[in-house]
Design a protein around this ligand. Structure first.
Ligand code: FEO
Length: 404
């Protein structure tokens, strides 16, 4: 059957039938400069089973890819692994069109889909570790609560040694290639790191438990099919190892200095702090919020050991861009960071103190009181900022060597 969009065969029974969103630049506050994909999969066995759907505006693309394999009306079962709208937005429309016999979701997924769509369709709950004997296959479902929502689950197909990992092991990357081994490794690493930092970071302890649990199941996995970005079919140990490394959040000797500036003073301070930290042997990433967004900052923070944040004082507060990035970082709950606040002021001097309070809320170990200078820093002031960089780097060295 000729269709504008075609399915891609993944394994003996599985086809990719998702959608490519080349134009998305913002995914709930996360900058997605390389677009994304919403991956759905079709299992073609004795029965036809659809795993997840796609974001609502892409329903026609999903149905077209399915139609390149079979008439969508042949779908007998749908398994919804995750109710967030990027994977369930098309579900009511697909149900209406396909009229499947049964739709499955985790118990929390049943609740979440009900609260999203208020449908008449009954959704059948699948409990953790339950096996669904469908189409001659034995699909095993595991609840993965909070990865990335309470309703999340993953589904394993033993016959194909294939795991539908939902948001896990995904990335926001639109590409014409479907498999990770077909895409330059640097791009995969960059976007995979960014995705982990911006989506999965707060759930790192759960990731470690999940990795342990999957290893303990003793099942073979040849293919990992996430709900975003490319499919993994080669060297799976590498991505699993990276997840373990990211989830552990062990600090390195990298210092991230994040700041914004009004008339250039805070910029001068950031550069002096950088010099001080570099002179002690730290690697330093200086990130002006005029050229870096919150998602890039969090990505750099993933393997850092120190976060130093600077702000001018404006209307007795911190700069709006600095407040934005700190609010975002706080929600992502990074661990094992040391740091400090700095900044400039004209009269009230509140900016760096407020940054300091936010760093405390983020549970950053502060190595100093906030360091601030009035209007434009003198050379003597800049030496103080350089000394702050040196203090951060020295403490970081102790932490990295196990002296926390
Ligand atoms: Fe890709 Fe949590 O949705």
């Amino acid at each position: 059957m000729s269709e504008p969009f075609e399915a891609v065969k993944v394994s003996e029974h599985v086809y990719w039938v998702g959608a490519i969103d080349w134009g998305i630049t913002d995914f709930h506050g996360y900058s997605t400069k390389r677009g994304s994909t919403y991956n759905a999969y079709l299992i073609v066995a004795d029965d036809i089973i659809l795993i997840d759907t796609v974001k609502a505006p892409f329903k026609a693309e999903l149905l077209s890819r399915i139609s390149s394999v079979t008439d969508p009306k042949n779908i007998r079962y749908i398994i919804s692994n995750h109710s967030e709208m990027d994977h369930s937005g098309s579900l009511p429309g697909v149900i209406a069109e396909v009229q499947p016999e049964t739709v499955f979701a985790s118990p929390k997924g049943v609740e979440a889909l009900g609260a999203h769509f208020h449908m008449d369709t009954e959704i059948v709950p699948v409990k953790d570790s339950n096996e669904l004997k469908l189409g001659g296959l034995s699909l095993k479902c595991f609840e993965t609560r909070m990865l990335h929502w309470p309703d999340s689950m993953i589904t394993y197909v033993p016959e194909d040694k294939l795991l539908f990992s939902q948001d896990g092991f995904g990335m926001h990357l639109a590409a014409s290639d479907r498999f990770a081994d077909e895409i330059p490794e640097s791009k995969i690493l960059e976007e995979g790191t960014k995705y982990y930092a911006n989506i999965l970071l707060p759930y790192s302890p759960l990731i470690l438990k999940l990795l342990e649990r999957v290893a303990g199941l003793g099942v073979e996995i040849d293919v990992i099919c996430p709900d975003h970005g490319p499919i993994w079919r080669e060297d799976l140990g590498k991505i699993l190892g990276l997840y373990e490394q990211w989830a552990k959040q062990e600090p390195t000797d990298k210092v991230v200095i994040v700041y914004d500036t009004m008339w250039g003073s805070t910029d001068m301070m950031a550069r002096a702090i950088s010099e001080g930290a570099e002179a002690e042997g730290s690697k330093v990433e200086v990130m002006s919020l005029k050229s870096h967004d919150r998602s890039e900052v969090v990505t750099e923070l993933l393997d850092a050991g120190a976060l130093v944040v600077g702000t001018p004082t404006i209307n007795n507060g911190m700069f709006p861009t600095v407040a934005d990035v700190l609010t975002y970082i706080k929600g992502l709950k990074p661990k094992n960071l040391i740091g400090a606040a700095f900044g400039s002021y004209g009269w009230s001097g509140q900016g760096s103190k407020l940054v300091n309070s936010m760093l405390e809320e983020i549970k950053v170990e502060l190595v100093s009181e906030p360091v601030a200078a009035k209007y434009v820093p003198t050379d003597a002031d800049l030496l103080e900022f350089r000394a702050l960089g040196s203090t951060v780097a020295k403490r970081l060295k102790e932490v990295v060597q196990g002296g926390r």
